[in-house]
Each structure stands twice: as structure tokens, then as C-alpha cells.
Design a binder for this molecule. Structure first.
Ligand code: ADP
Length: 184
């Protein structure tokens, strides 16, 4: 969140007419390996609440991903294109540092149920310890997407199962291409 001070006109009825415009910004970080319809649902809902949403594609060198950070970013950029107030970035360090740098306080996470709870709770505590101004907001999943998980979608795709109801067509195509590659 940040404030822009605007001075509207030099003089209006012989006094300064000064007003504040408040911009509410939030980040939605994740691996998005690959992005799913569950992620997209969270993005659509968060971007309807906030003035600007920054989707942060995590690049963690300790983790093994199916898609490179650039591939995940490209898929995400195409998915969010219809929404004018969503930007996408790759970040290879602590999300708290990204938020500090960008002066953003609100962190969005999706929540599918109790299975997500302890991990997400610990993560939010850790981020708060790193940067006390961070507020984590949880959006519970749309019931349609409750069982969607990137890891199970990858597994299904690896056996050439139908993922078309779980991911956007461009992601389904990318998964097909990945698992068709004999070099994998
Ligand atoms: P991470 O490795 O950071 O958990 P993920 O890509 O798995 O990254 O998830 C990013 C965020 O999206 C997490 O907050 C996760 O709980 C949420 N999420 C994942 N799938 C769904 C879904 N089907 N519905 C709602 N939220 C989801």
C-alpha cells in the first residue's frame, strides 16, 4: 500500500484542494509449477479486491521444478493477460525482501483446507518475523478447485492423463510437450 499526494489545481475557490489517492497492492507468491485453474481463481478474486496484484513466481535453487522459472512466468503472463491490474515477476530470494523492496504489505495465499493450514500458518509467521508489516490474507479455494494441486497434475500428465479440467489449455499443451519429450 502506498500513498500518492496529489495537489488538484493551484487554487480552487481560493484554497488548496489536496486529496490522497490510496493504492492497495498485494502479492501472490508461489511455485506455479505449473499454474492451475485453482491459482487463476485466486488471482481473479484477489485482483478484483486490490488495485494491483503482483504474482511472484518463485525460483528456489533448492527445489527441483518441472518448468523453468521463465517457462512458468510466460504461462502465468499469458493467463493473467485479460486482467489489466496483474503483473508477474520472477523472484529468487525471500518474498519478504521483495515486498520490502516494492513497499507492499499484503501477501495473498490460497487455502484448500486443513492440509494447507500448518504449512501456510508457519509461513505467515516466518514472513511476519522477517518483516513485521506483512499481513498474510488467505483466500479459501473455490470448492470446484479444492483437489487441484500442481504436484498431482504433473503426476497425472506424466501418465498422459486428461488435465484439461484442471489447467488452462496453454498449460495442458505445455505439460503434453514436456512429457512427450523423451529427453526428460
Ligand atoms: P508454493 O510452493 O509456494 O506452495 P504453489 O504453486 O503450490 O506454491 O501454491 C501457491 C499458492 O496457491 C499457495 O498459497 C497454495 O495454497 C495456493 N493454491 C494452490 N492450489 C490451489 C487451489 N486449487 N485453490 C486455492 N489455492 C491454491
Amino acid at each position: 500500500m502506498f500513498f500518492i499526494l496529489r495537489i488538484k489545481g493551484p487554487f480552487v475557490k481560493s484554497y488548496f484542494n489536496i486529496y490522497f489517492e490510496i493504492m492497495f497492492k498485494a502479492v501472490f507468491p508461489g511455485s506455479f509449477d505449473p499454474p492451475t485453474l485453482g491459482h487463476l481463481n485466486i488471482i481473479e478474486r484477489a485482483s478484483a479486491i486490490f488495485d494491483e496484484l503482483v504474482v511472484v513466481v518463485a525460483e528456489n535453487r533448492q527445489k527441483k521444478y518441472l518448468f523453468s522459472a521463465e517457462e512458468r512466468l510466460l504461462m502465468m503472463e499469458k493467463m493473467v493477460k485479460p486482467r489489466g491490474n496483474v503483473a508477474c515477476h520472477i523472484w529468487d530470494s525471500l518474498i519478504a525482501d521483495f515486498m520490502k523492496r516494492e513497499n507492499i504489505r499484503i501477501l495473498i495465499r490460497g487455502f484448500r483446507g486443513m492440509e494447507d493450514f500448518s504449512y501456510e500458518f508457519e509461513l505467515s509467521m516466518m514472513n511476519k518475523a522477517l518483516h513485521p508489516h506483512i499481513e498474510t490474507l488467505f483466500l479459501s479455494t473455490d470448492p470446484k478447485y479444492i483437489v487441484l494441486r500442481s504436484s498431482s497434475i504433473k503426476e497425472l500428465a506424466s501418465f498422459h492423463g486428461d488435465v484439461s479440467l484442471m489447467v488452462p489449455p496453454l498449460v495442458a499443451e505445455a505439460l503434453k510437450a514436456k512429457f512427450a519429450d523423451p529427453g526428460l
